[in-house]
Design a protein around this ligand. Structure first.
Ligand code: PGA
Length: 242
């Protein structure tokens, strides 16, 4: 695991943008695994700027998102499909047909999840997977638990995640209670993983990920088993690591 400690959110976003831009340049039809939340907004903004300057071409890029609330419609402005369109896809020259976000309206979720996993495999797998880290150590919506479901699945959100995500909704009661998420093993199929963490409220999770034992109660700790992970942390997020 490679760990880059940078000054702040701005530098974290800039370093991540360099890494993703280099990936796209080296393989123009890269399959990028993407994430939502506050953490990657700066990265997406920088990639959009680089695209506008003609430095990064998304014409052949394919993307797969980690997760989506369930149930939720893609038009809902809290859906992760809406977020991705607004933060990245509508700002770059990507073909939306090449972008996959789990379908928050799927009726048969088991069949949907299996098909999602198969589509990732059919694309040749993910070349570079972007991750944030939850305050509770989750990755995607793989919440801390005694055991983890390996592949894409429907999951219940933990009370702490509902509280953490309530900031995006009118009230806590409006946060969906479930989500569709890629599993830990889906993430592990990615050839490279880039994790971003910023801010003091991530410091406990980053410490548990890097200093604690491997533990399904800190799903991010399992990333230490992946052969190619780069963690870009700002000083606040790294502040408790020994
Ligand atoms: P955040 O979420 O980027 O909004 O902090 C990260 C996560 O929960 O994975």
């Amino acid at each position: 695991m490679k760990i880059l400690v940078v000054k702040n959110y701005e530098e974290m976003s800039a370093r991540a943008a360099e890494i993703f831009a280099a990936q796209i340049k080296s393989k123009p039809d890269s399959v990028l695994g993407l994430a939502t939340g506050s953490t990657p907004e700066g990265l997406y903004g920088k990639l959009a700027e680089a695209n506008a300057r003609g430095e990064v071409d998304f014409a052949a890029v394919r993307t797969v998102n980690l997760d989506e609330y369930y149930p939720i419609s893609p038009e809902n402005d809290q859906s992760y499909r809406y977020f991705m369109n607004k933060q990245l896809f509508d700002r770059v020259n990507i073909d939306k047909a090449n972008t996959m976000v789990p379908d928050g309206t799927a009726k048969d979720t088991d069949a949907f999840c299996q098909a999602y996993e198969e589509k990732i495999d059919a694309m040749g797998g993910i070349d570079m997977q972007l991750l944030g880290i939850g305050r509770n150590g989750h990755i995607g919506f793989n919440e801390p638990d005694g055991e983890l479901i390996p592949f894409t699945h429907l999951t219940a959100l933990t009370p702490s995640t509902i509280v953490a995500n309530a900031r995006f909704f009118a009230s806590e009661a409006d946060v969906p209670k479930h989500a569709l998420t890629m599993g830990i093993q889906s993430v592990f199929k990615a050839k490279k993983v880039v994790m971003l963490a910023s801010g003091k409220d991530k410091a406990d999770a980053v410490k548990a990920m890097l200093n604690g034992n491997l533990n399904t109660r800190c799903p991010a700790s399992l990333l230490r088993l992946h052969p190619d992970v780069t963690v870009i942390c700002d000083e606040d997020a790294y502040s408790l690591v020994k």
